[in-house]
Ligand binder design. Structure first.
Ligand SMILES: [Zn+2]
Length: 361
């Protein structure tokens, strides 16, 4: 039966994720993001009316535009339990498993943990000859599980890091180096890289403080969201919970402080930045995508914040290896700079690397 993929948003660099799948008389929307640049939204008119939204994970650039779902015909929302529990406005979602098989409006979907976020999954839809949507993924996390996905004829992969080959090992020592020099403030997504950076620095012997948002994520990884966590990380998460100091908006500067609010605009991170930005200490270290228009970007431009990446997406080589394993006929690089297109085409030939908005599945 005919099936189509319509890439509404996500092929032109770091854009909000929104991919429509038309199959079996249904229209599904994979992710419904906003940002990372504040206010950046997918074209709702181009999406049109959909029957369901399925979320890969809860980060804003994948789920932040759900509040506009009345413009999409008020579709049903499907998400894993840990993602659903953190959706704003008490939005009710129907459950999909972190790891397993389910049916959404008659379409078979297989899921597996994405190694990237609390409750995050890749999705393999049994439409056309098979469509695998990786969302955001990483194989390097010491906290989040990654399940290798099955084969699919079409694959949307996480090209966020373009041709980057640096692995977390180098990034860990660079971050530890910074922590030996001064107190650090790390604005982080609590349901992403926050807990694993905190564990790494604590185990490296630094005095670590985490805010309530990070603590709650670490607690859920050891309890209700355990399917998202690598089994060997549970003891480390429990040590973090037992030993990390509490951090809030009025805490004195000292040690390594990890706070919710990677953009610097929200959460305890925003409050601490306001207090510390005109002082020489603590050093402010950004570890993820720094979007123009955010407080983090302004701090980086002025030289007040350092940038030290902590991988939460695959390197070029990790992507190539994954794509060879999934063995798709055609691939679509998502969330990456389009200037890498020829590089992907050279390396992945004879597979088709497609950047067209509409793809037959
Ligand atoms: Zn993400």
């Amino acid at each position: 039966m005919n099936a189509r993929l319509i890439a509404i948003s996500g092929l032109g660099g770091k854009e909000p994720a929104a991919f429509v799948v038309e199959a079996q008389g249904r229209r599904l929307l994979l992710d419904c993001g906003e940002g990372p640049q504040p206010g950046l939204l997918p074209d709702f008119d181009a999406i049109g009316s959909v029957d369901a939204v399925i979320l890969s994970h809860g980060h804003k650039d994948h789920a932040g535009a759900l509040r506009y779902r009345d413009r999409l015909g008020s579709p049903l929302v499907f998400a894993t339990d840990p993602v659903a529990a953190r959706l704003p406005d008490g939005l009710a979602a129907r459950p999909i498993p972190i790891r397993g098989h389910t049916r959404v409006l008659g379409i078979d979907i297989e899921t597996g943990a994405d190694g990237h976020a609390l409750g995050g999954v890749w999705l393999r839809l049994d439409v056309g000859e098979g469509l695998l949507y990786m969302g955001d993924h990483s194989i390097e996390s010491t906290v989040y599980s990654f399940d290798p996905p099955p084969v699919a004829a079409t694959m949307i992969f996480d090209a966020s890091y373009g041709d980057a080959e640096e692995t977390q090992a180098a990034q860990r020592s660079a971050l530890a180096n910074l922590a030996t020099r001064s107190a650090l403030l790390l604005p982080v997504p609590p349901d992403g890289r926050g807990p694993e950076i905190a564990i790494f620095l604590q185990e490296a012997g630094f005095d670590v403080a985490i805010d309530q948002a990070l603590r709650e994520v670490a607690i859920s990884l050891t309890r209700t969201a355990r399917a998202s966590a690598r089994p060997e990380s549970i003891a480390a998460l429990e040590r973090l919970l037992g030993e990390a100091r509490a951090l809030d908006a009025s805490s004195p500067a000292g040690g390594v402080m990890l706070a919710h609010g990677a953009s610097g605009d929200v959460g305890v991170a925003a409050a601490l930045i306001q207090r510390f930005k005109d002082l020489a200490d603590p050093a402010i270290v950004l570890t993820g995508h720094v979007a123009p228009g955010t407080a983090a970007h302004a701090l980086w431009l002025s030289g007040r914040a350092h940038f030290q990446r902590w991988n939460v997406h695959p390197t070029f080589a990790q992507n190539v290896q994954l794509i060879e394993r999934v063995a798709p006929r055609q691939v679509m690089p998502a969330f990456g700079d389009p200037r890498f297109l020829s590089l992907w085409r050279d390396r992945l030939a004879p597979r088709a690397v497609v950047m067209s908005k509409v793809v037959e599945l």
